[in-house]
Design a protein around this ligand. Sequence first.
Ligand code: ADP
Ligand code: ADP
Length: 224
Amino acid sequence: MKLTIRNLQKTYPNGVQALKGINLIIETGMFGLLGPNGAGKSSLMRTIATLQEADAGSIFLDELDVLKDKAEVRKILGYLPQEFGVYPKISSELMLDHIAQLKGILNANERKQTVAALLDRVNLYNDRKKHLGTFSGGMKQRFGIAQALLANPKLIIVDEPTAGLDPAERNRFYNLLSELGENTIVILSTHIVEDVRTLCSDFAIICKGEVLRNGNPDEAVKEL
Ligand code: ADP
Ligand code: ADP
C-alpha cells in the first residue's frame, strides 16, 4: 500500500499557513512524523484522516482519492487523536461490544469472540470488566488501539500517543504499533527522535508547514 501526498496546502481562517505544499510518499510500515509544536503535524494528520479539508493538493491511498472519497477512507481508517475521551462508567468489554454492534456485527457470540480477541491483543483481557474511568493513560491508549482495530484498518494514524506514559507502558504501546506496521500503514507523530529511529523504517521532519527532510532515520542520523 502506498499513500501519496502531493502539494498539500492548508491555511486556517485566521491566516495561519499550516501546510505549505507537503509532498510525501508513505508505504506500508511505521512512518514517523517529527517536528516542533506548531509545525503542522496535527493539521496533516487530521487532513489525511478526513477530519478537515485541504485548500489544494491531493492525497491518494493507492487508487483511493482520500480528499474526495471520505466515506471509503473512514471504513479503512484507524485514528487515535492526542487525547480522546472515554465513557468512564462502562467496561472496556461492553464499550467494544457496543461499537462492534454499531459496526454491524449483529451476532452476539461473534461479537464476544471479536472483542475478546482484540482485548487480548492489546493486553487488556484481564481488565475487561474494569470501568474505563479507572484505566491508566497507557491502558486508555491501548484501548484506543483496540477500538481502532475493530474496523480492520489499513491506515492507522496516531498523534503523539505516548505523552504522559511511563517507559514500560510506552514500550508496550510501541510493540503493539510495530506489530500493526507489518501489514498496515501506521503514521506516528512524536517529539521523540529516538523512538522514530527504533520504530520507523521511514520518517519526515516537518517544520513551519514544510517537509525539511524525508527518508530512512538511521541514514539521517549517520549524517549528523
Ligand atoms: P503540530 O501538530 O505540529 O503542533 P498543528 O498542525 O497543530 O501543528 O498547527 C500548525 C499551525 O496551525 C500552528 O500555528 C497552529 O496554531 C495552527 N492551527 C492549528 N489548528 C488550527 C485551527 N483550527 N485554527 C487556526 N489555526 C490552527
Ligand atoms: P496539536 O499541537 O497537537 O495540534 P493544538 O493544541 O495545537 O494541538 O490543537 C488542539 C486543537 O486546537 C485542534 O483542534 C486545533 O485545530 C486547534 N487549534 C490549534 N491552534 C489553533 C489556533 N491558533 N486557532 C484556533 N484553533 C487552534
